[in-house]
Design a protein around this ligand. Structure first.
Ligand code: HAM
Length: 408
């Protein structure tokens, strides 16, 4: 028996129905905020990802050469492609551009619960605002979308400015190394590294920065610093909207394109892979041949949200099973058409079994059976059976449709 590739999943109809319900809730909140849905290709040129992150990223991606020798990659995330598309197609649009997407993404990772090689992200990108209001909007939108799904989560909001300020005397390489250690919360490694580069005095201030729970505490450590007003304005807007979050100035984010505001969200009931959202402010358009435009956005780990919510029964429209004898198949097909045109989900029995066997099948799968035999075909009426109550009535197709609509 052939198996699916490692790190991928099959979704049966019950699971797809739950996923579609949650997708629908996410889309409708995004739409309500003016974020319009877009779609980019599943694969892009490798360069789109290496241009910012370097060749190292290739190890973490699904990469291949096509028959024309072009180096391509399955997208590992949504943002780079969205900004490429913006540069290609939409530079002339009035700013800010507000877009959202639901994309399958591919990463060559070691699969475990909540970590897959194919997974889905619901993302939003806001291009060209470059204001604290724009950043606040993205955070508030993310918060509302997650709330609409019913997932229980904790939000951490941070800003790179204080950390960058503390590390401003160091070289780019040292700064990057330190931020990578902080990202991994490897404090022993950090202390060792700081000793090696003769900057051990920074350890205490970095640790206190990570413990700050208010922006005032952070300003006491950092003093005057670039982006101070902008950061304070962002926090002021967020606080005015009463969202629950924790200030976390230790958020560094693995993707190295963030420039200022950064945020992450964690599901309350998941284990190691509990991060369900990551986002922040960044600049990418100039790398793809566009003008340097400030953007911000987020990616929600759709699959992790689904794991966190757990199974549920989405509201389903009633299902009708048409049970008929082969001699009245034409009439039965026509009745099924009338029901479908009325918006009712209708299945015909296809196995040419006796009425009894068909009714047994209908009892397992359908809310109503529409029974059609010679007598019904002659009178033009049908017999409608409610599979839950067992009640049955001979009715015209129109009256049967009203009964079905009235009940559910
Ligand atoms: P990211 O943090 O790499 O950010 O991914 C966003 C979310 O995708 C994660 O928080 C996680 O929930 C989910 N995720 C990542 N890898 C996997 C995996 N292997 N299996 C299941 N879920 C996964 C980004 O991708 C940025 N593009 C976010 C962004 C948008 N920043 C600005 N705009």
């Amino acid at each position: 028996m052939l198996q699916k590739p490692r790190g991928t999943r099959d979704f049966l109809p019950e699971e797809m129905e739950q996923r579609r319900e949650i997708e629908m809730r996410m889309r409708s909140v995004a739409q309500n905020w003016g974020y319009r849905e877009i779609c980019t290709p599943t694969f892009e040129t490798q360069e789109l990802y290496t241009i910012r992150s370097g060749e190292g990223i290739i190890n973490e991606m699904y990469v291949f050469e096509d028959k024309g020798g072009r180096k391509l990659a399955l997208r590992p995330e949504g943002t780079a492609a969205v900004l490429r598309m913006y540069v290609n197609e939409a530079k002339v649009l009035s700013k800010p551009v507000r877009w959202c997407y639901l994309s399958d993404c591919y990463r060559y990772e070691r699969p475990q619960k909540g970590r897959y090689r194919q997974f889905w992200q619901f993302g939003a990108e806001q291009i060209g605002a470059d204001t604290p209001a724009g950043e606040a909007e993205i955070i508030l939108l993310a918060y509302e979308i997650l709330k609409a799904t019913g997932v229980r989560f904790t939000f951490h909001i941070g800003h790179l400015a204080p950390m960058k300020h503390l590390l401003s005397d160091l070289s780019d390489v040292h700064r990057k190394d330190i931020m990578a250690l902080l990202d991994k919360k490897n404090f022993d490694g950090l202390q060792k590294y700081l000793e090696e580069i003769n900057a051990e005095s920074l350890f205490a201030s970095l640790k206190s920065l990570l413990e700050c729970r208010t922006i005032d505490e952070a300003l006491k450590i950092c003093g005057d610093m670039p982006d101070k007003e902008r950061m304070c304005e962002l926090i002021k807007i967020l606080d005015s909207q009463n969202i629950e979050y924790r200030l976390n100035l230790g958020i560094v984010r693995g993707l190295d394109y963030y420039t200022g505001m950064v945020f992450e969200g964690f599901a309350d009931n998941l284990g190691a892979e509990n991060q369900i959202i990551g986002g922040g402010s960044y600049r990418l358009a100039h790398l793809f041949g566009g003008e340097d435009v400030a953007s911000c956005g987020f990616g929600i780990g759709f699959d992790r949200v689904m794991v966190s919510i757990g199974e549920f029964n989405p509201q389903k429209p009633p299902l009708v099973s048409v049970v008929y004898t082969p001699d009245v198949s034409d009439f039965s097909f026509s009745i099924a058409k009338i029901f479908r045109e009325a918006g009712i989900t209708t299945e015909l029995n296809l196995l040419e079994r006796g009425i009894g066997a068909q009714m047994k099948h209908a009892a397992k799968t359908a809310d109503y059976a529409v029974v059609i035999g010679k007598r019904e075909a002659k009178s033009g009426k049908i017999t409608l059976k409610d599979m839950k109550s067992g009640e049955q009535k001979e009715l015209s197709a129109d009256s049967a449709i009203s009964v079905i609509r009235g009940v559910k």
